[in-house]
Write a protein that binds this ligand. Structure first.
Ligand SMILES: N[C@@H](CCC(=O)N[C@@H](CS)C(=O)NCC(=O)O)C(=O)O
Length: 125
């Protein structure tokens, strides 16, 4: 079972590499705004989770650098996810508000919708 899971994980990572979307052409202003946005968010993930791959690909498509924490291997990140978000499920996006407190968003589709919504006004500039 462990071997099959390992092979599947490798296949997922190869598919991710082969289907990596191109980053968009950005102006310096757009790049700065996306960098500011990326400082507010962190993706808690497992490297070979297909739902996490979906989120990583969506952020690449936007040209949004996304800080990631491995909630499988990094025990500090795992604990932070469990305490902050309430459960070990990935992907989960930690969104830091201006006040410093955080909102934890689960579900790949909801995370992608959030990132697209945040990036939309930047891409219109
Ligand atoms: N519907 C979720 C599915 C996420 C999911 O099933 N993630 C798996 C890893 S691939 C997980 O965290 N499983 C642990 C659990 O559900 O407790 C999404 O789209 O984000």
């Amino acid at each position: 079972m462990g071997v099959i899971r390992w092979i599947l994980g490798k296949i997922i990572l190869v598919i991710e590499t082969l289907t990596k979307p191109k980053s968009p052409q950005l102006t310096a202003e757009q790049e700065q705004a996306l960098n500011r946005l990326s400082q507010q968010v962190t993706l808690y993930q497992f490297a070979a989770c297909p739902f996490c791959v979906k989120v990583r690909q969506a952020s690449r498509k936007l040209g949004l650098p996304l800080a990631v924490k491995d909630a499988k291997r990094d025990m500090t990140a795992r604990q932070a996810l469990e305490q902050g978000g309430g459960r070990i499920k990935v992907p989960c996006l930690r969104i830091e508000n201006t006040g410093g407190d955080a909102h934890w968003l689960y579900e790949s589709d909801d995370i992608i919708a959030y990132l697209n919504q945040q990036a939309a006004p930047i891409m219109k500039k």
